[in-house]
Design a protein around this ligand. Structure first.
Ligand SMILES: Cc1ncc(COP(=O)(O)O)c(C=O)c1O
Length: 437
């Protein structure tokens, strides 16, 4: 066997040659640099700069996705907190949150004194499973934070119907899903309030931190604008009165990050389309590999491929005696040796995070009152727990529009690990299982 055909774990040449350029995200082009320098030179530095980058970004994003209002903010986590506060969610209220997400989806309710109540997920879409909602409903339930995880829209029809029947608010956490559509409408327009992150790692990035909130509701837009601005109502073209009507925060976006995102937005549609074809070409090569389940979209929605989550299935790979977890750990190790940067995304369900542990009072103290905390048990979130055990991910930086050559080399690595060398990887899984038994 030639060294290039052997597993890198056994001394073969890795599938990803060291000389292959590593993808970089965000991609900063000369026009992005010019936009930032122009904002600097004009002193367009804060959200108070009339007609500046912040206002232009708000107008451009609301037009792009089709909402009446867009309010820029300092980051996606603050956007979630402001959205909850604008809907009058607060101490004593419960907010339903999927058990698989980034911590921000669960921490935002805590920041305003509400309690997150966790929902298990669908095993293929990895999004909140609407079927579990009735069991989570209590007289205190006030809102649902729906996360469009990894770039795939959640089951919005079912979730919004349930919310309507039970008079609950719905906030879309679209931090990972800019530009994704559900029944031909963009995420962020499918409920009362949509929330986006502009963190540098996101599909629509800034050169640092930022966030966007979208709504069609004039009253909510007015409240959100006040809440990000010390509770103060600012009127365009009028003198500032320093009158503080609400207990707001300082969660504004600066002119420079706004100018950078505005410039990125010029090519957002094109780069989404390019990523769609690059990722499709990659997934097409992996789809028939035994024991690997590739992420898919659904017929009524589009996926914007922020993160690719791959499930493994030991039985389907021909190893019914192995657990999926042991097979995942072994394939992950073998892929990483090939230079394929797969890694877990979220190592535990959100309710298993230390802040929700019974003996840890931090979360409760911050929110100013004793929260009834249910001790975590994996049985309460069987799908989330299984998905975390049985899957690994490839993340945004490796999926950008210019990453075609890199992804094709990754596909070579997957073919080695799940194809010709599958038996050898299974033996590694066997020894992992024996060690952890
Ligand atoms: C699903 C989700 N929600 C919220 C956030 C929070 O966004 P930010 O990092 O801008 O605060 C993130 C960021 O990673 C996220 O992935």
């Amino acid at each position: 066997m030639r060294p290039s055909d052997m597993l890198a774990l056994s001394g073969g040449a890795p599938a990803i040659d060291k000389t292959l350029a590593k993808p970089i995200w965000p991609e900063t082009l000369p026009q992005d640099e010019t936009a930032v320098v122009e904002a600097l030179r004009k002193n367009d530095l804060t959200s108070l700069y009339a007609g500046g980058a912040v206002e232009m970004l708000e107008a451009a994003w609301s037009e792009w996705i089709g909402t009446k209002h867009c309010i820029t903010v300092s980051n996606g986590t603050s956007a979630l907190k402001l959205a909850l506060a604008a809907l009058d969610v607060g101490p004593g209220d419960e907010v339903i949150v999927p058990a698989l997400s980034f911590i921000a989806s669960a921490i935002a309710p805590l920041h305003i004194g509400a309690r997150p109540v966790f929902a298990d997920i669908n095993p293929r879409s990895f999004n909140l499973d609407p079927k579990v909602l009735p069991a989570l409903l209590t007289p205190r339930t006030k809102a649902i934070i729906v996360v469009h995880l990894h770039g795939l829209p959640a089951d919005m029809s079912e979730i919004t119907a349930f919310a309507r029947q039970n008079s609950l608010h719905v906030i879309e956490d679209a931090a990972q899903a800019h530009g994704a559509t559900y029944q031909d409408k963009h995420v962020g327009t499918l409920s009362e309030i949509g929330v986006f992150s502009l963190n540098a790692s996101k599909n629509l990035p800034t050169c640092g931190e930022g966030g966007l909130i979208t709504t069609d509701d004039d009253t909510l837009a007015d409240r959100l604008q006040k809440l990000r601005q010390f509770g103060e109502r600012l009127k365009r073209g009028e003198r500032r009165l320093y009158l503080h009507e609400d207990i707001g925060w300082n969660n504004k976006l600066g002119g420079i990050p706004a100018a950078y995102t505005l410039s990125q937005l010029d090519r957002f549609g094109t780069s989404n389309a390019l990523r769609e074809s690059t990722v499709r070409r990659f997934l097409d090569r992996l789809r028939d590999l035994p024991g690997l389940i590739v992420p898919e979209t659904l017929p009524d929605r589009s996926h914007v491929w922020h993160i690719l989550r791959f499930l493994v299935d030991a039985e389907y790979a021909g190893f019914p005696h192995l657990t999926n977890k042991a097979f995942r750990l072994a394939t992950q190790r073998a892929l990483r040796a090939e230079g394929v940067p797969v890694e877990p995304y979220q190592q535990r369900p959100l309710p298993a995070q230390p802040i929700f542990a019974e003996e840890d009072r931090t979360a409760m103290c911050r929110s100013g009152r004793e929260l009834p905390v249910k001790p975590f048990s994996a049985e309460s979130y069987p799908i989330t727990s299984r998905v975390i055990d049985d899957s690994f991910t490839l993340q945004r930086v490796h999926l950008n529009s210019g990453a075609d050559a890199f992804l094709q080399a990754c596909a070579d690595g997957f073919e080695k690990v799940f194809g010709v060398h599958r038996e050898q990887v299974a033996r590694i899984a066997q020894s992992i299982a024996a060690r952890t038994a």
